[in-house]
Design a binder for this molecule. Sequence first.
Ligand code: AHQ
Length: 241
Amino acid sequence: MNTGPDSDLRWSEEEFLSRLRAKGSGYHLNHPFERALREGRLTKKQIRGWVANRYFYQKSIPLKDAAILSNCPDRDVRRKWIVRIQEQDGADGKQGGNEAWLRLGEACGLTREEILNEEHVAPGVRFAVEAYVNFARTRPWQEAVCASLTEIFARDAHRARLEAFPTHYPWVDDAGLEYFRRRLSQASRDVEHGLQITLDYCNSRARQERALEIMQFKLDVLWSLLDSIYQRYVIQEERES
Ligand code: AHQ
């Protein structure tokens, strides 16, 4: 029972969740680049550019999650949260998500070398990703958990890619799509844990409103990451053709 000063102002859990979900309209699935990907309008070079740049985001996720761990004093939370790092980096002899993303790159005709040496990473992608990692390093761990909740909307993105690639980009070997398949189940489990922490933490209207600001920050990270890819691989490409 919340008897704090703004107890009559705090949104119900249902209202708070629906406001969080309403932010989905700004999710990067609606970005012109992701729409072009889904509609089969991307060239091989644009697909390769997206994969190589998104690898910089993917390989930074474990660093972001390690930052959350380093700020989190709650052992039970850490025991669950650490699974994310193991799943991305690989553990117990299993290949991780980062390796699966590298295999997506190879399936698109990129070499591991050119992905890992970051030669294709656009400045704006680097800045957006660094902003996210630094947010997790410097903000309360519960706020960084909240920022991960854009994955509420990720299932539709992974499903759309699992449809679009075989349909429009059959030159990409199906094995390269493994990352999207594994995230369908992993994302749901991760979101459940992140939501439980966020609902517990947002015990006041002020924190609920802060959560919406954090969600918007992370949506902006993902959107501006795609803006940079769009600028380099669509706008610049059209100018040079
Ligand atoms: O592959 C993704 C992933 O592992 C994560 C973790 C989570 C976070 O901690 O911020 N967010 C996230 C996302 C992944 N893939 C993106 C995509 O579109 O493929 C979506 C992205 C997200 O929604 O933040």
